[in-house]
Design a protein around this ligand. Structure first.
Ligand code: NDP
Length: 279
């Protein structure tokens, strides 16, 4: 029997990228899935893709909703319960990296960038989790949050607000994991490194620029020791492991880093120590 047979999963940000790969994987492994995003057409295309993969139509619920609104969140929870009768797994995946309109970095970025970042990457996770909690406790379910290697401990001077939002998310994961395990609900997270998706293009960064960045990282081992950035399915597999109680039940409140080694390297290692000493 597929491992998520009989389970119901709500995956935010599932019209593209990591969330999409996760929703397809969960559906292929037997789960009934609620997929969501703001763009109806993209969501519909995603639904068609799931159906083409042989998933029965009554296993998929597509809801166009803005997570930044209370109504959007209510719709996600209420319609999931109405259609599937329960909620076993919540994947808080939707997130965004916003750029300053004037191209400024770090603390120079306008405070509106901070507000927008915190809203989607942190506040919506808290409020959606609150709304889902009653059902997750009933099901003795699982929550998996999608964080980022940007959460630290390294500094992130270019994307300070984004990094702060993900560091806060990691503390949220740890803290609620201890709170909720007494009710039988498990909480964990995954921290991806660079993954090739449309992420970061939200504010109109041309696709060519993203390719340029990725190819730089892949050709510099001090950025990407594995020599390859991740694919959405690489992260989906980790999310599915953390949502699978049979395989990961002893992991509580932890973040699994999946970044091809990026967060393990330091700038010092870009230089050969013997060259420095002998020059
Ligand atoms: P994508 O940009 O490909 O996907 C983001 C998803 O979130 C889309 O489905 C988008 O749909 C949805 N979304 C964004 N804002 C809202 C909103 N206000 N309401 C509802 N849905 C929303 O990103 P990724 O798949 O790359 O990112 C997924 C997660 O992974 C994020 O949390 C990100 O921080 C994290 N991550 C990504 C990395 C990467 O390199 N790609 C690295 C580290 C972490 P729509 O636009 O239609 O609303």
């Amino acid at each position: 029997m597929p491992r998520f047979s009989g389970k119901v999963a709500l995956i935010t940000g599932s019209s593209t990228g990591i969330g999409k790969a996760t929703a397809i994987l969960f559906a292929q492994e037997g789960a009934k899935v609620t997929i969501t995003g703001r763009n109806t057409q993209r969501l519909e295309e995603m639904k068609q893709e799931i159906l083409k993969a042989g998933i029965p139509e009554d296993h998929v619920l597509a809801i166009t909703a803005d997570l930044n609104t209370e109504e959007g969140q209510d719709e996600l929870i209420n319609e999931t319960i109405e259609k599937f009768g329960k909620l076993d797994i919540l994947i808080n995946n939707a997130g965004a990296l916003f750029h300053d309109a004037q191209g400024r970095n770090g603390i120079a970025q306008d405070i509106s960038v901070y507000d927008r970042t915190m809203e989607i990457n942190m506040r919506t996770v808290v409020t959606l989790t609150q709304k889902a909690l009653k059902f997750l406790i009933e099901a003795k379910g699982e929550i998996v949050n999608v964080s980022s290697m940007a959460a630290g401990p390294q500094a992130q001077p270019s994307v300070t607000y984004y990094a702060m939002s993900k560091a806060a998310l990691d503390q949220f994961t740890r803290s609620i994991a201890i709170d909720l395990i007494q009710h039988g609900v498990r909480v964990n997270s995954v921290s991806p490194g660079v993954v090739k998706t449309s992420f970061g293009l939200v504010e109109g960064m041309p696709a060519g620029l993203q390719d340029k960045l990725i190819s730089f990282f892949e050709s510099h081992k001090e950025c990407q020791p594995s020599g390859k950035v991740g694919r959405p399915i690489d992260i989906a597999h980790i999310i599915s492991f953390l949502a699978d109680r049979k395989r990961s039940s002893y992991i509580i409140g932890r973040t699994i880093h999946a970044d091809g080694g990026s967060s393990l390297v330091m700038g010092m290692q870009a230089h050969n120590m013997m060259d420095i000493l002998t020059s």
